[in-house]
Design a protein around this ligand. Structure first.
Ligand code: SAM
Length: 278
């Protein structure tokens, strides 16, 4: 992702969330009433007119991952809110729509969406086109996660580093350098106890091979750069001071989200999403 250009992969993820609303069977894994409005009537019409490309194994596999990661993050966020966490930071927010379809329990949350300025402007434009206002408890924070200054940028928008926060970091880490990834983990690890980050990661190519998703991302100028083997990741996080790391294993993902489905959406075959607790 270059700072000056809106992310294509972010729009691709929003399209798949929209597809999930109009093509897949209810109940939805992720109820995202905003995604269809964000992608706009033309894209929505083309999905409805020709859903075929989204019915392949590969498309269903990627869609399963995309909708599950948001659902899992929001489930963990709900638990964090219940234990009193009042701040939610969406790192590399893209077209994440939680802020625009907030459930009743989210009223007391302050939400901070962080993204490159170009991607954020693209989102603002789509929100405006869809007639969706930015709610008063939501701040759009333009920042480059490769550079220092995330903390200051958040604080400038009212973030309190002295109080627990929940972070989601979905589909972003792979696009970042290892140094910048470590800096984000270190920032979260320095937050008060009970803060948490839910993130996706990719395992090394030697383990999982070269995925078509990674190839497609590289083809639109957003190559995957950072991969972790789970045991090494756990060790890294312990060193940084996290008290616990839990991977969402395929068996658990199946039980939680896919068990009764008949539409071909399936739990991803490998752990790619995790939660680390301060
Ligand atoms: C694949 S999209 C995922 C978007 C969203 N989290 C989701 O789940 O749909 C990756 C997002 O990360 C953002 N991103 C990547 N590198 C970034 C960086 N260095 N600083 C800020 N944002 C970044 C992109 O602009 C894009 O919005």
């Amino acid at each position: 992702v270059s700072e000056g250009r809106a992310s294509s992969t972010a729009f691709g993820a929003a399209v798949l969330r929209a597809v999930h609303q109009v093509v897949d069977d209810p109940p939805r894994i992720l109820d995202d009433v905003i995604a269809p409005r964000l992608v706009g009537p033309e894209v929505l019409e083309s999905i409805r007119a020709d859903p075929e490309p989204f019915l392949t194994l590969e498309s269903k596999g990627l869609r399963s991952h995309i909708v599950m990661r948001s659902r899992y993050a929001e489930d963990r966020l709900a638990a964090a809110a219940e234990r009193g966490t009042g701040q939610y930071v969406v790192l590399g927010a893209g077209f994440d729509s939680f802020a625009y379809r907030q459930p009743s329990w989210a009223g007391a949350l302050r939400v901070f969406e962080v993204d490159h300025v170009a991607s954020q402007e693209a989102k603002r434009a789509r929100l405006t086109a869809a007639g969706i206002a930015v709610p008063p408890n939501v701040a759009l924070v333009a920042a480059d996660l490769e550079r220092a200054g995330l903390r200051e940028a958040l604080v400038a928008h009212g973030f309190d580093p002295g109080r627990p926060a929940f972070f989601s970091w979905l589909g972003v880490m792979v696009y970042m350098s290892t140094e910048a990834v470590d800096a984000i983990f270190a920032f979260v690890a320095a937050m008060p106890a009970s803060s948490e980050v839910v993130f996706t990661f990719a395992q090394p190519e030697a383990v999982v091979g070269i995925s078509n998703t990674a190839k497609a991302a590289a083809a639109v100028g957003e190559p995957w750069r950072t991969r972790f083997e789970p045991a090494a990741l756990a060790q890294r996080l312990r060193r940084l001071g996290f008290s616990a790391l839990s991977l969402l294993l395929p068996s658990e993902a199946h039980e939680r989200y896919f068990r009764a489905r008949r539409d071909g959406l399936r739990a991803p075959g490998r752990a790619r999403i995790a939660s680390a607790l301060v």
